[in-house]
Design a protein around this ligand. Structure first.
Ligand SMILES: C[S@@+](CC[C@H](N)C(=O)[O-])C[C@H]1O[C@@H](n2cnc3c(N)ncnc32)[C@H](O)[C@@H]1O
Length: 237
């Protein structure tokens, strides 16, 4: 694979809505949130910015995108410019966010936490949220414990350090101080969740990235009964 990763594939193919359920699920997840024009909102790990743009379009809130990958940043920047949206885009890591304490009313994080140092990032979410602020995350979750061989195959492909069960997520958010941690989502089968429908291809990309796309598909089929996702929502008191 020549050192190329799943994230290289996502960035060079410019996959928009790179999370289970796509933008449709994003819209549903936000339905009961009290976001207004006055709200300060962060899309953490925003990728090419599809959900970020929706947050602005829907609420006209003060919207920030945070993203670590320079290719993703460029594609998100182009999107916001084309749509004439005054969204602030910052390059940085969710593990150490370049924001002051108590900055945001709402944080959205779609398929980002699973790939980073989870306790660090969750602690950072807590720090940058205002008291009373809310977070919603859509994250990879296993339905049952896996054997070592299965776990290491998945962890190696996605370059992740751990695979969490629903209750592990709950405990991790509670350990960071979050209140009223709710986990929703039936036991969705990733293989059948809405596919990403948007691509913004880079002019040049390595042919090997098709191999990664293929491997990703195989992984979803092979582990369709165990590899899933949940929506985690909670508040900072
Ligand atoms: C699966 S994609 C999801 C992107 C976007 N949230 C979406 O739903 O389309 C994960 C994103 O997290 C970004 N990412 C990975 N590690 C990160 C970190 N430490 N800090 C910020 N973003 C990160 C990746 O570059 C990628 O754009």
């Amino acid at each position: 694979m020549g050192g190329l990763t799943y994230f290289d594939f996502l960035a060079k193919f410019g996959v928009g809505g790179a999370h289970p359920g796509g933008i449709g699920l994003t819209k549903n997840m936000l339905l009961n949130e009290n976001i207004t024009e006055q709200s300060f909102v962060l899309d953490a790990g925003c990728g090419t910015g599809q959900s970020t743009a929706y947050l602005y379009q829907q609420y006209k809130a003060n919207v920030w995108g945070l993203e670590i990958n320079p290719i993703m940043i460029e594609k998100a920047k182009d999107r916001f410019k084309n749509l004439k949206m005054p969204i602030q885009l910052t390059q940085g890591s969710v593990e150490s966010m370049p924001f002051e304490d108590n900055t945001f009313d709402f944080v959205l994080s779609e398929s980002v936490l699973a790939f980073v140092n989870k306790p660090n990032a969750i602690q950072e979410f807590y720090r940058v949220l205002k008291p009373g602020g809310r977070i919603i995350a859509n994250e990879m979750t296993i339905n049952q414990p896996l054997n070592d061989l299965e776990a290491s195959e998945i962890k190696q492909f996605y370059a992740i350090d751990s695979l969490l069960l629903e209750n592990d997520w709950k405990e991790m958010f509670e350990a960071a101080g979050f209140q009223n941690v709710q986990i929703t989502g039936q036991i969705y089968d990733l293989k059948h969740s809405a596919p990403a429908q948007e691509f913004n291809f880079s002019r040049n990309f390595e042919p090997e990235l098709f191999g990664i796309l293929n491997q990703h598909g195989n992984m979803l089929v092979k582990y369709h009964d165990v590899l899933s996702y949940r929506i985690i929502s909670c508040s900072k008191n």
